[in-house]
Design a protein around this ligand. Structure first.
Ligand code: F6R
Length: 259
């Protein structure tokens, strides 16, 4: 089962996960990071940006989880733009080493296979950051996604389009389709770090962490991974059944172990 860490707030989570990223880069300067977009990972990126001056990130590469299909790459809400603005620039990463699935309609047929090849060529993802949707999606693997799926085009649920309307003018402006790493792609990463904050995520978190393995709850795929860490605030953890045990295990964890 995943290790569950319950922290006071998103900032604390950001520092904790930034520590793990820093430790990874110290032992592997050419580390490959799996980059999530959306609101959840921002605390991690700002904690890392604050430390960027003392880190050598020149050989780090990154792979975004997903991209909208049909948005021009320079649209402010394309995940290419978001990753550039929120990760590449603040951390001073080499843009040449940062990959985002190609969501342009002209090359969409081959974009999934090419992305999988690029991940393999980079040696695989060392640490994959994940958020979770209110419907349980990870990446944009909506309910019903195969646990073996690889990078491919998916149709966003109406719920996800409503949730993401805050980045656009209205739900109608949120693209209908996306290209996303599959659950099978995500499960190949060495270490999964899923973060969730707020009451709105509590049901998806409880179902993903403690519910049955089910394609209808894509987040439950993390139960199949040998090294998965779930970092939550109190509200996101509020519907878990085994919180006492998670707190007890965390409080008694040897310092040297990290997450
Ligand atoms: C983003 C992604 C999604 C988000 C999820 C939660 O790259 O893959 O799974 O992590 O939709 O979004 P936020 O963090 O905005 O609540």
């Amino acid at each position: 089962m995943a290790e569950i860490v319950i922290v006071g707030n998103a900032e604390e989570a950001g520092e904790l996960v930034a520590d793990a990223v820093v430790a990874l880069i110290a032992r592997k300067p050419d580390a490959v990071l799996g980059l999530a977009t959306g609101s959840t990972p921002l605390a991690v990126y700002s904690a890392l940006a604050a430390r960027a001056g003392s880190l050598d990130l020149g050989r780090v590469s990154g792979f975004a989880l997903d991209e909208y299909v049909g948005l021009p790459a320079d649209h402010p809400q394309s995940y290419r733009s978001v990753i550039t603005r929120e990760v590449v620039e603040p951390l001073g990463l080499d843009p040449e080493r940062i990959h985002v699935p190609n969501g342009s309609t002209g090359s969409i047929q081959s974009a999934g296979v090419e992305y999988e090849r690029a991940i393999v060529a980079a040696g695989g993802i060392d640490l994959q950051l994940l958020g979770v949707g209110t419907d349980g999606h990870i990446g944009f693997n909506e309910p019903g996604s195969s646990f073996a799926s690889l990078t491919r085009v998916k149709t966003l649920t109406e719920q996800t389009r409503r949730d993401n309307a805050r980045f656009f003018g209205s739900p109608d402006e949120v693209p209908m389709h996306c290209i996303t790493q599959g659950l099978g792609t995500i499960l190949r990463a060495e270490h999964l770090v899923l973060l969730a904050f707020g009451e709105g995520k509590a049901d998806a978190v409880a179902a993903s962490v403690e519910g049955p393995l089910a394609a209808r709850m894509p987040g439950s795929a993390i139960q199949l991974h040998p090294h998965a860490t779930v970092v939550l605030d109190e509200a996101a953890a509020s519907r878990l059944a085994l919180t006492e045990y998670y707190r007890y295990a965390w409080a008694n964890k040897p310092d040297w172990q990290g997450i």
